[in-house]
Ligand binder design. Sequence first.
Ligand code: TRP
Ligand code: SF4
Length: 402
Amino acid sequence: MRSRVLSGMRPTGALHLGHYHGALKNWVRLQEEHDCFYFVADWHALTTHYDEREVIEQSVYEMVIDWIAAGLDPDKSTIFIQSRLPEHAELFTLLAMGTPLGWLERVPTYKDQIEKLKDRDLATYGFLGYPLLQAADILIYKATYVPVGEDQSSHIELTREVARRFNHLYGRGHDFEARVAATRARLSKDDQRYYDKQRKAFGETGAADAWAKGEALVRRAAAALPGWSDADTELLLGHLRGSGRSVLVEPQALHTEVLRLPGLDGSKMSKSYGNAILMRDEPAEVERKVRGMVTDPARVRRTDPGNPEKCPVWDFHKVYSDDATRDWVWTGCTTAGIGCLECKQPVIDAIVKQQQPWRERAAALTADPKKVHWIVEMGTERARTVARQTMKDVREAIGLGY
Ligand code: TRP
Ligand code: SF4
């Protein structure tokens, strides 16, 4: 079975090359091997832009167009909008009941963002709950992997803690022991002994290898025994762990190595700093922007040699150029053999070339808004099927089945 991947992006403006290289490129790659769910995190955008919702409204479908233009395939990936699934809010509410305030106050992004976005009032209940809402987004799809930037690792860690706590509090149904016994009895006698041994070792010492051995055994049984279900696997893993059935799945962050693509001024690329190249900038605009990019500040005159390590254009060459071009840049720069405009030309050409299919796909979609709406509609319904099932399990586990 393909493991599930889930990620979201906030709709706060047109996407730029930083979004592409930092996230989207990876999303596109993942859809070949995983069951991918990608959504527009419009509620998350509201936590910071609650008084500027126009930006959000304008960006929702534009962002979906950028995604598809970059190569997300709606036949492979499920694309949807968070606010169309009130189930996320229901899970958020239920998780909120047992989540200690301190867990949220201690998430490093909380104070950082309040500090950074001084012009906004983020002393809100919604903003404190940001990572918990994110946890609900992830847990409701029982995602295995969450591709996110390093800045989000504390949110994934919180998600894991919240899931663990939920499973601990509500994971044991009234007939848990009886079901474990029945499922365990389907293993061979030797396997039963081995399973018990690993469970004991894990319970006593928490040894990771005991857990790994026990888990491997259960997975082997799952693959080998006819009629074995995912629920059987969960049951035995829950018993192995000592926490009961895992209703919610602890996800893992997927941080892929990201080549840092700086903005035109050398600082982080961001639309609000005005230093971004947009995914859908026209060729002339790309040319203008790159020609205006800052270079090694020590290279004042054409005859001064430069140091590529001190130049943001070099970071672009690392992403966009082949070895031969990079050698040409390195030698040319350090010996003052080439000028900076000359050096920038291959970058301009490569970006324009990369954007060509994006522009074409985006133009086709812009001309056919019904199609984009339909894609999102289909994705939303697909997501709803999964989210509803999880909520059924969750309500039942908590005891809200009345
Ligand atoms: N917080 C994420 C960001 O700023 C966006 C997001 C919201 C998200 N919900 C998510 C990412 C769930 C991954 C999974 O980038
Ligand atoms: Fe930067 Fe290229 Fe100019 Fe060197 S030649 S300073 S790498 S733009």
